[in-house]
Design a protein around this ligand. Structure first.
Ligand code: SAM
Length: 277
C-alpha cells in the first residue's frame, strides 16, 4: 500500500464574525502546525489568545507574498508544517493563499483544507436565490472600465452571481450593476454571524434608492439573480448599427464600441468591427 503523504500546508478557515465559529479540528491544526502564516498577525493573534494557542506567527499578505512565500516554501522543504489563515473565512478565497497553494502543488507538497466559514457560501445559502448554479465574481475592480467590462460580460449569464463588496463602495457598485446588468432581484447579506446580521431581498433599483445618502456600515455579500433569458441579437443590422453609432457618438473608439456590443449580444468583436469599419 502506498504510504500516506504528510500534509505540508493546511488552509485553516477562521470565523467571519462570531469567534465561536471555529472548528475543533481548526484549533487542533493551529496547535499542531510548526508555524502559522497569517494575513494580519494582530487579527490572528487575538483569535489564538482566545483559545490559548501559542505558536510562531509570520505574516503573509498581498504585498509580501512573493518574498514571504519563498520563506514558507523553504521551511516546508525542511519538513515543517504550515497553517495558513486569513483575517476571516477561507484562505485563498478573495484572500491570500492561491499563490502559495500553486507553489506547494508544483513542488509536490500536500495541501489540505480545514473546512469552515466562507462568506459567499453562507450568503448564497441564505439569499433565497437559486443555488443550483452560481458564479462567484469576488470583488469588482475599482477601475471604471474594467468594472463596466466585467459587469457587461455577465449581463446574459443565467447563473446566480455572487459578489463581495466593501461598505464604502457598496452604493457605487449597486449603481453600476443597475446600469450594466439592468434591474433585477438581489439579496444583500450583511454582517453574517454578527449582532446585526441581516438579509434584505430587494431589487437593484430599490437598493440604490435605499442606500442613497446613507452612511453604509458592515460587511456585505451581494447576490444577484441570473439573467432571465439571453438577450437576443438585434434582429436587423440596422438596429445593431444604431447602437454602434450611439456608442461612437458618446465618444467610444470603434474597437471599444464593437467590444461592448459583442459582450452585450454574445457576438464576436471582429464580426461587429468588420460590419461597421
Ligand atoms: N476569505 C473570506 C471568505 O472566505 O469569505 C473572504 C475575504 S474578503 C477579503 C472579505 C469580504 O468578504 C468582505 O468585503 C465581504 O464582502 C465578505 N465578508 C466577510 N465577512 C463577512 C460577513 N461577516 N458578512 C458578510 N460579508 C462578509
Amino acid at each position: 500500500m502506498e504510504e500516506k503523504k504528510k500534509v505540508s500546508l493546511y488552509l485553516v478557515a477562521t470565523p467571519i464574525g462570531n469567534l465561536n465559529d471555529i472548528s475543533p479540528r481548526a484549533l487542533e491544526t493551529l496547535e499542531k502546525a510548526d508555524f502559522i502564516a497569517a494575513e494580519d498577525t494582530r487579527v490572528t493573534g487575538k483569535l489564538l489568545a482566545k483559545y490559548g494557542i501559542k505558536k510562531p506567527l509570520i505574516s503573509y499578505y498581498e504585498h509580501n507574498m512573493i518574498q514571504r512565500g519563498e520563506v514558507i516554501l523553504e521551511r516546508l522543504r525542511q519538513g515543517e508544517t504550515c497553517a495558513l489563515v486569513s483575517d476571516a473565512g477561507t484562505p485563498a478565497i478573495s484572500d491570500p493563499g492561491e499563490m502559495i497553494v500553486k507553489q506547494c502543488i508544483s513542488e509536490g507538497f500536500k495541501v489540505s483544507a480545514i473546512p469552515g466559514p466562507c462568506a459567499m457560501v453562507c450568503a448564497l445559502a441564505m439569499s433565497g436565490m437559486s443555488t443550483k448554479r452560481f458564479t462567484f465574481e469576488g470583488f469588482l475592480s475599482t477601475a471604471k472600465n474594467s468594472r463596466r467590462e466585467h459587469l457587461l460580460s455577465l449581463k446574459n449569464d443565467p447563473h446566480t452571481l455572487v459578489f463581495y463588496e466593501a461598505p464604502h463602495k457598496l452604493l457605487g457598485t449597486l449603481e453600476d450593476m443597475l446600469e450594466y446588468l439592468g434591474d433585477r432581484n438581489i439579496a444583500l447579506v450583511r454582517e453574517i454571524s454578527k449582532i446585526y446580521e441581516e438579509t434584505v431581498q430587494t431589487t437593484l433599483a430599490n437598493a440604490v434608492e435605499m442606500y442613497k445618502g446613507k452612511n453604509i456600515l458592515g460587511e456585505f455579500v451581494i447576490i444577484v439573480e441570473g439573467a432571465k433569458k439571453k438577450e437576443s441579437t438585434p434582429l436587423s443590422a440596422d438596429e445593431l448599427e444604431e447602437e454602434f453609432l450611439a456608442l461612437i457618438n458618446a465618444g467610444k473608439a470603434k474597437s471599444e464600441a464593437a467590444k461592448e456590443l459583442a459582450l452585450k449580444y454574445g457576438m464576436h468583436k471582429r464580426d461587429i468591427y468588420e460590419m461597421f469599419k
